[in-house]
Ligand binder design. Structure first.
Ligand code: ZN
Length: 582
């Protein structure tokens, strides 16, 4: 072709002219393209957040000024100037005046429906004296003359000597009906004589497996407090809340979550009635919250549970609901001597607590669940229960090979130092309830005296686990304690009570920094839920689950973090909560 287009030939000359014109056009197009790429109209955003302190958790650009949202997604995060090109005629712009924007929170261990249901029952949460507790029960009973049972609770264990309230006290307050009031941690029940008689619990009744009936040491007569599975002797007689009450409970829980900036949760212990409620509101479009349900495993049934759980996993999945996790209880709690320890409780020299599975059964169950593709979520509090759990997850990994299921252990109150590196090594996520990690009466009155100082050094060792590089997640265990993530974040940073002024930390080696805790409630929650590719940080392409806080957490004293307020919560780009004053 070259030879044919001899430059001397007229053809060649004629051919050259258009070619030159073509090059010029190309140049213009190229320049236009470059100009376009800078300022061109892109698809306009529905919402523009500007003039903000946006903490993205995106390693490439941790802080930006502006975020643009179109539909359910973030389309831009960067400078205010560049965000301007996403402004169209219908774009709503919120000038945040320097306020903080974060990815919305995930609570990775919460009993959302039960908490909501309990809110309408006899509520003793936070009452600090016996007199206040008694008055509240009496008042509730008087206000609900038609209630066949008086139930609810959330009483604080330290209010009663040895966390052991008596049936006589409750008989005086509720003489005419059975009463069963659960402790704030859910692991003890305070019952009256009518309830004990209905359940047929006498001095001769033996403790059920995995439970303890507190008794008069001389007569063996039950004194009115039932621990762990023993509470079930009475609890099974209480009429279950019907579907309507369960739905009401869920709506109450959803409302609270939105206000606190929570748009994703891991439901900590899902039974079918709860799953039905989640599924119903998911279908109706009312559930503006993402739920990963941890399916309750009846460990007594062993391996037979796996097939049942597989059916539930298939049945209970929807737009914002998945049920890909299995929940196992490995032990109880320290305060009532039911957490499983490696060494005995100091005040009961032969008592190491109550592991709820034996190690061989635990290994087999974990291996079968892991093989079936379930993420495993374990309640483990004592150092023995935690070691057994890590052993079981290690056995599963050995048997099945690595599966990236991101198993996790919740609570983690007392970890033997030898087990701390195993979280990172086994890829097990440490799911802490850090609001408990300060020297409150649960610790000073009920825990330190029965563990002793040496072991107590290893209570809630969040800092040590974080330093190994393990993934740290956070959850509230509401209604056991407040669901406000900001309170838990503050306590992890300060190791002091949320309302306490600044001062020395309790076990200062175990404090962690603010970025670690914000990640625990955002990006790491998304990772735990296997959704880190679609949410958990603020970057283009991610779902627009965002919150606006009234102050920048990095610019205030750590002791003030809990008083920051969520002004706005966006779930997939839609506003689901706005503070009336905002
Ligand atoms: Zn729980």
């Amino acid at each position: 072709m070259d030879r044919m287009l001899d430059p001397a030939s007229p053809f060649a000359r004629r051919a050259r002219r258009p070619a030159a014109r073509f090059e010029a056009v190309l140049l213009v197009l190229l320049l236009a393209f470059i100009a376009c790429a800078r300022t061109a109209p892109v698809q306009p955003a529905d919402l523009l957040l500007t003039n903000a302190a946006v903490y993205t958790l995106d390693r490439d650009r941790p802080w930006v000024e502006a975020v643009a949202v179109a539909g359910d997604r973030i389309v831009y995060a960067g400078t205010a100037k560049a965000a301007g090109r996403f402004r169209g005629p219908a774009t709503r712009t919120l000038d945040l005046g320097g306020r903080m924007v974060l990815p919305a929170f995930q609570d990775s261990h919460i009993h959302l429906i039960e908490g909501g249901v309990e809110s309408s029952q006899c509520d003793l949460a936070g009452l600090q004296t016996r007199e206040a507790v008694f008055a509240a029960i009496k008042e509730y009973a008087a206000r609900n003359p038609g209630a066949v049972w008086i139930t609810g609770g959330r009483w604080e264990l330290p209010v009663f000597p040895k966390a052991n309230p008596t049936k006589e006290d409750l008989d005086k307050l509720v003489p005419d009906r059975p009463a069963c009031l659960f402790a704030a941690d859910g692991h003890s029940a305070w019952v009256n004589t009518r309830a004990i008689r209905l359940a047929g619990v006498t001095a001769r009744a033996s403790d059920p497996p995995g439970g303890r009936i507190e008794r008069d040491p001389r007569t063996g007569e039950p004194t009115g407090t039932l621990r762990e599975s023993a509470a079930g002797l009475v609890a099974k007689l209480i009429p279950e809340p019907g579907p309507e009450e369960t739905l009401r409970g869920l709506r109450t829980g959803l409302e609270m979550a939105r206000r606190l900036g929570i748009t994703s949760i891991i439901e900590a212990n899902a039974r079918e009635d709860l799953l039905d409620a989640y599924a119903a509101l998911d279908r109706s479009g009312e559930m503006k919250l993402r739920v990963l349900a941890s399916l309750h495993v009846d460990t007594d049934k062993g391996l037979a549970e796996v097939a049942r759980l597989e059916k539930l996993r298939e049945k209970y999945r929807g737009l914002h609901l998945k049920s890909t996790t299995a929940k196992i209880f490995a032990d109880g709690v320290i305060e009532s001597h039911t957490a499983a320890l490696l060494q005995p409780y100091l005040d009961r020299p032969r008592d190491c607590g109550l592991p709820l599975l034996n190690p061989a059964a635990f290994d087999a169950l974990a291996t079968a669940l892991d093989a079936a593709g379930f993420q495993i979520h374990v309640h483990a509090i004592g150092d023995r229960a935690i070691r057994m759990t890590l052993d079981a997850l290690e056995a599963a990994a050995k048997a099945n090979g690595p599966k990236d299921l991101r198993h996790h252990i919740a609570h983690l109150e007392l970890i033997d130092p030898a087990d701390i590196p195993r979280f990172k090594a086994l890829g097990v996520v440490a799911n802490f309830q850090s609001l408990w990690a300060y020297a409150d009466p649960y610790i000073t009155q009920l825990t330190l005296p029965i563990l002793g100082p040496e072991r107590s050094r290893w209570l809630y060792p969040i800092g040590s686990v974080a330093r190994t590089g393990a993934v740290i997640a956070g959850g509230s265990d509401w209604p056991v304690s407040s669901a406000n993530p900001l309170e838990a974040i503050q306590v992890a940073v300060t190791r002091r009570g949320p309302e306490e002024p600044a001062g020395p930390a309790w076990i200062p080696e175990e404090t962690v920094d603010l970025p670690t805790m914000i990640a625990a409630y955002t990006a790491n929650g998304a990772y735990l839920s296997h959704e880190e590719k679609v949410r958990g940080t603020i970057a283009p392409g991610k779902l627009a689950d965002l919150i606006v806080l009234d102050r920048n957490l990095f610019r205030i004293a750590p002791s003030e973090i809990h008083s920051a307020r969520v002004l706005l919560t966006l779930f997939e780009g839609r506003e689901v909560w706005r503070d009336p004053g905002f």
